[in-house]
Design a protein around this ligand. Sequence first.
Ligand SMILES: Cc1cc2nc3c(=O)[nH]c(=O)nc-3n(C[C@H](O)[C@H](O)[C@H](O)COP(=O)(O)OP(=O)(O)OC[C@H]3O[C@@H](n4cnc5c(N)ncnc54)[C@H](O)[C@@H]3O)c2cc1C
Length: 402
Amino acid sequence: MDLEFSAEDEAYRAKLKVWLAENLGGGKGSVNELMKSATEGGNKDPLAGARVWPRKLWEAGYVGLAWPKAYGGQDASFTEQVICAEELAKARTPPMINTIGLSIIGPTLVQHGTEEQKKRFLPRILRADDLWCQGFSEPEAGSDLASLRCRAELDGDSFVVTGQKVWTSLAPISDWMFLLTRSDPDAPKREGISYLLCDMKTPGITVRPLRNAAGGMHFSEVFLDQVRIPRENLVGELHGGWKIARSSLDHERSGLSGVLALEETLGRLWRMASQIDRGGEKAVEGPTTRRLLAQHWIEIEGLRHLGYRTLSDQIAGAAPGAGSSVGKLFASDLRSRMARTGLRIEGPLAQVAKRSPHVIDRGRWHAAYFDALGHAIGGGTSEIMRGVIAEKVLGLPRATED
Ligand SMILES: Cc1cc2nc3c(=O)[nH]c(=O)nc-3n(C[C@H](O)[C@H](O)[C@H](O)COP(=O)(O)OP(=O)(O)OC[C@H]3O[C@@H](n4cnc5c(N)ncnc54)[C@H](O)[C@@H]3O)c2cc1C
């Protein structure tokens, strides 16, 4: 494993930094100005402002770096992809509204889609023309995903799909959903699943937003009643969707370690601790706070190097495998402990409501604590990650057979 970036890589980084400096900020032609003008003048698309940044980034060649040029990607190296992610995080750029497309279904289609599917969907994901949601979980099928029951029956040239999905992030604003369906109820449970792509405007779909413990409405229930999905929207083989689902989950988990976001969180903790007075000294001078911040720094560095290891594997041609579960597990635990450090630095004022004049850091750590609970569940729970690591990474025998 070589941890140094090459001279070409560093030149690429320098060019990107210049581009970011020229395009962020508040001046004429800046992203902020473009986002503002996109939402003015009666634009019918409520997400027009949110699409500005992903589009600008794509036009400049900084999205879909590892995807083939034929489908709007850059055919760039994984190293450039990592440099790009690092610099974008450091520059605190606007959010990417098309993340699920870019990080889960896009890479899945690059790997398993038909030529028509790649041409049709990949460029639209890159340009944030289409937003996607993930219809995997069901009320009785979360960790045990292969128990899913949403039924797909072939009828001529289309599947007729009836069932329910749950915890579907961003469903109300999504144009498309990739979903797992039970296409052969008589086959063993992993052999009767088909992976489909569904236009969210198809008749028979009802989306009902759910409120989470932190008060947000990030995910929804999705009901499908006799929804017709053309057969050409099948990914992979008929009844062969489990293999494709595994690949999607590996891509999802490899994107969830979020080392750059954790680094940003550590900076915020440090800044808050440098401002809060504790009996005549700043909180950051207290030994417990210093020890916790140093520990978090060490763990983030560990996670970063774990990411570089995955990167080395990807450069060598491997798709992200079960090893991505290690990063996902470690990062969600660290995220939770960092939120608790934030609450601890705030002291008793951590309990103050967001809108109170006494609130510290706009109640960020309170929200971060609840968000961290969700991160330890979404994309596969921590218990499931431990099972995957035991079996697939350490080669231990399965705990139970099913
Ligand atoms: C923020 C967030 C966003 C999400 N977004 C999406 C989305 O966009 N699309 C989507 O399809 N799903 C999404 N999910 C759903 C998520 O994938 C499931 O919640 C998750 O897989 C767990 O399933 P479950 O909720 O049914 O819990 P269950 O599977 O019922 O698990 C309950 C508890 O039992 C434990 N458990 C279960 N089986 C085992 C086992 N074999 N060994 C040890 N412990 C076990 C679990 O770890 C957990 O603690 C999201 C969830 C969250 C929190």
